[in-house]
Design a protein around this ligand. Structure first.
Ligand code: 5AD
Ligand code: SF4
Length: 448
């Protein structure tokens, strides 16, 4: 084993990046890299970046600026600090990053992470930047080593990556490539390993997670297989596309108790014209029917969504249709964004780009409605009981925090030994973003 070297990873964007950062740390552990909290004094800093909106992508350049003095100090002291840009900005901007930010030593796309050890060795030898943004034939997952770190109680498991849907606003099909599903047997083995290392809840991740086809019966089958693992209490999956909600998966929401009744199912817009322009491949009636089928299978299911306002060509009437759909469906806490024109995507070149002022006004109106619904969602839980999986210490001493099945964040006074177990809580109060509970019964749920 080589002597310990300090590795700092800063993660931006989606949960897939959080998952990938964990795997990057695993891949570098055999080379002697140990994770540290701050960038100062690190031998290697990895920025795991997001390209989904312009704002997210720009953050990486300001962060590189902040790292510059640390790197210079390190060099003055006779050491080295390598700066690596990973993730979707690396994939999308490649060599452009090295041009804009000469302090970067290494640019590595999401499909090349298994080659990182070799790339680091090359970066140490090379004077300039080392770049790897190829899409290899063999999937990266098969080449990343298994983890020997303890798992989070609520862990992530990437089951598919990439997307073939090509929504006209979205960079994902370009940065993450074609849809690829990991084989079910490998996933069951990895999930078993996560449980052995302490996981009690697993969130299955994918850019288009329910397009999963690594098991004969799709995601519904995989969910059933994983739910049978002893010690695994809860399953969730994200992010789902409305068109890929097949019968088997919907039936799993009825038949598999471990599958939590909370689903993130982005609709993006309530206007059929805009949905067509977005190439979402469904209209609002199709979305309504999916919601009906889900609610028939699991009447208490909570649904959340993503929305984009100010898409090119969106009129006041189109936007009013989005507000009307939100009012009709009733969403759990959701996300809304101003449309951001991304280079290389079809919508970026279209006429009818909305002025910033219009986007800001529409975003404020939509967020106000969504906030009202989120508040109502939290308040409905008060006075009832919820089975909560405690996943971490609370903000105050003597508290633990976790989630209800419907996805509310909740905290309660509870002893530390209940971490990783489910308990029944009486919900006593709602704050804007979380609930307060009181312990009623412990030791519920399946034994680990
Ligand atoms: N502009 C604004 N929001 C976007 N999203 C994806 N691409 C863009 C874009 N170009 C949003 C979508 C998606 C979420 C992850 O990000 O709502 O569901
Ligand atoms: Fe992007 Fe659409 Fe694919 Fe989601 S389904 S990742 S929004 S292209």
């Amino acid at each position: 084993m080589s002597p310990a070297k300090a590795l700092h990873i800063k993660t931006y964007g989606c949960q897939m990046n959080v998952y990938d950062s964990g795997r990057l740390a695993d891949a570098l552990a055999p080379l002697g890299y140990r994770l540290v909290d701050g960038a100062e004094g690190a031998d290697l800093v990895i920025l795991n970046t997001c390209h989904i909106r312009a704002k997210a992508a720009e953050k990486v350049y300001s962060e590189i600026g902040r790292l510059r003095p640390h790197k210079a100090r390190r060099r003055a002291a006779g050491g080295t600090m390598l700066i690596a840009v990973a993730g979707c900005v690396a994939q999308a901007e490649g060599a452009e990053i090295a041009r804009r930010a000469p302090d970067v030593d290494l640019v590595v796309g999401p499909q090349a992470y298994h080659r990182l050890p070799e790339l680091i060795a090359r970066a140490h030898r090379a004077g300039g930047v080392v770049l790897d943004t190829d899409f290899p034939v063999e999937p990266k997952f098969d080449h990343l080593p298994a983890s020997d770190r303890p798992s989070a109680i609520s862990a992530f498991l990437a089951i598919q990556e990439g997307c073939d849907k090509f929504c006209s606003f979205c960079v994902v099909p370009y940065t993450r490539g074609a849809e690829y599903s990991r084989p079910a047997d490998a996933l069951v083995a990895e999930a078993r390993d996560l449980v052995a290392h302490g996981a009690r809840e697993i969130t299955l991740l994918g850019q288009n997670v329910n397009a999963y086809h690594g098991a004969a019966g799709g995601l519904g089958d995989l969910v059933a297989r994983l739910a049978a693992l002893p010690g695994l209490l809860r399953l969730r999956y994200t992010t789902a596309h409305p068109l890929d909600m097949d019968d088997r998966l919907i039936a799993a929401h009825r038949d598999v108790p471990a599958l939590m009744p909370h689903l993130h199912l982005p609709v993006q817009s309530g206007s059929d014209t805009i949905l067509a322009a977005m190439n979402r491949r469904y209209d609002t009636d199709t979305y309504r029917r999916v919601v009906e089928r889900l609610r028939r299978a699991r009447p208490d299911i909570a649904l959340s969504s993503d929305f984009i306002v100010g898409f090119p060509g969106e009129t006041d009437r189109d936007f009013a249709a989005t507000l009307a759909l939100v009012a009709e469906i009733g969403f759990a806490p959701s996300f809304s964004f101003k449309y951001s024109a991304r280079p290389g995507t079809p919508a970026a070149a279209r006429e009818g780009q909305a002025p910033e002022r219009v986007k800001a006004e529409r975003l404020a109106a939509l967020q106000q409605l969504l906030d009202t619904q989120a508040e109502a969602f939290h308040h409905r839980a008060v006075g009832g009981r919820a089975t909560v999986l405690f996943v971490r210490p609370g903000r105050h001493a003597g508290q633990l925090a976790g989630r209800t099945p419907h996805g509310h964040a909740i905290h309660a006074p509870a002893p530390t030994h209940l971490l990783g177990t489910e308990a029944v809580l009486a919900v006593v109060a709602a704050e804007p973003h979380s609930l307060t509970g009181r312990l009623v019964e412990t030791g519920v749920g399946r034994a680990a």
